[in-house]
Every structure is written in structure tokens, then in C-alpha cells.
Design a protein around this ligand. Structure first.
Ligand code: HEC
Length: 134
């Protein structure tokens, strides 16, 4: 079991150099890539995402996804910046998956029982808008 888990983690994300910088260790199943974002990136969607982000995510991932939240230093690994090239490399479905399911074995919690499924797509649109700005 431990060996199998190590294999899953090792086969996680495919950009090791980015991982050295930000430390994300998440692994994503194939089905995450195939998920289509059903929410238009409208102002309404992005502002709802921004509100949820402030409530649930800012304490770790920081203002506008800068990675400097008050808790960022206390998590394992350090909570990464979300306004990042690394994140732009992920499809919307993958970002949604990480929010919904968390990143097992790290401090990234899962939100699928706390936040409505559709509104998690609004968070994806908000995060995407941050990354595009930088
Ligand atoms: C308790 C701290 C904490 C909170 C709260 C938190 N996260 Fe995270 N998050 C992390 C950590 C630590 C990681 C790195 C996980 C890894 O390396 O696999 C992470 C990773 C991520 C990633 C992957 C980043 C990348 O570069 O690949 C995304 C996306 C993300 N979080 C979004 C969110 C969103 C959206 C919320 C709020 C709904 C949130 N997180 C709340 C700690 C947190």
C-alpha cells in the first residue's frame, strides 16, 4: 500500500522544475483532465469565486494567490502561490479536482462537502483570472 501510494505521488504532476520552486506534490487522475468547466468566466462567476476564495483559501494561498497567506509557512508543504505559471499548466478540470478532492498527504483540504459543486468552478475561474494577470 505504501509503495503503491509512493508510485502515485511520484507520477503526479509532470513539471518537476516547477515543483522545486513551489513544492506542489499533488497527483491527478486522468478523469480530472477530462472535466469540462461548465461555468462561463463571467464577471459574476469570477466575483463569486473571489468571495469564496477570501473565505476559504486566502489564509493559506494569500492575497490574490500570491502564496503569502498568514498560514502559508505552517502547512506541509508550504502553500504555493496560485497566480503562477505552474498553475497555468493545469487545465480547469485539474484545478477543480484539487479544490474538490484536496491533495492527499498534504495540508491542502478537500472542499467537496463544504462548497457547492458549481461554485467550485467559480473559484477555478477566479484563480485562472489571477494567473492570467501575472
Ligand atoms: C490549510 C492551508 C490551505 C488551504 C485553506 C487551502 N489550500 Fe490549496 N494548497 C495547500 C497546500 C499545502 C498545497 C500544496 C499541495 C501539494 O503540493 O500537493 C495546495 C495546493 C493547491 C492547489 C494546487 C497548486 C499548484 O500549483 O498546482 C490549488 C489549485 C489549490 N491549493 C487551491 C486552493 C483553493 C481554491 C482553496 C480554497 C477553496 C485552497 N486551496 C485552500 C494549502 C491550502
Amino acid at each position: 500500500m505504501i509503495i503503491a501510494l509512493a508510485a502515485i505521488i511520484a507520477s503526479g504532476c509532470s513539471e518537476p522544475s516547477e515543483h522545486d520552486k513551489n513544492n506542489p506534490v499533488h497527483s491527478l487522475p486522468e478523469e480530472a483532465k477530462g472535466l469540462d468547466n461548465p461555468a462561463d468566466a463571467s464577471d459574476e462567476s469570477i466575483s463569486d469565486g473571489a468571495k469564496l476564495y477570501k473565505d476559504y483559501c486566502l489564509k493559506c494561498h494569500g492575497e490574490a494567490g500570491n502564496g503569502l497567506g498568514p498560514w502559508a509557512d505552517t502547512t506541509d508543504p508550504r502553500a504555493p502561490a496560485l497566480a503562477s505559471d505552474h498553475l497555468l499548466g493545469h487545465g480547469d478540470g485539474e484545478i477543480w479536482w484539487i479544490i474538490a478532492k484536496g491533495s492527499p498527504g498534504t495540508s491542502m483540504p478537500r472542499y467537496d462537502s463544504l462548497i457547492d459543486e458549481h461554485r467550485m468552478w467559480n473559484i477555478v475561474n477566479y484563480i485562472r483570472s489571477l494567473a492570467n494577470r501575472n
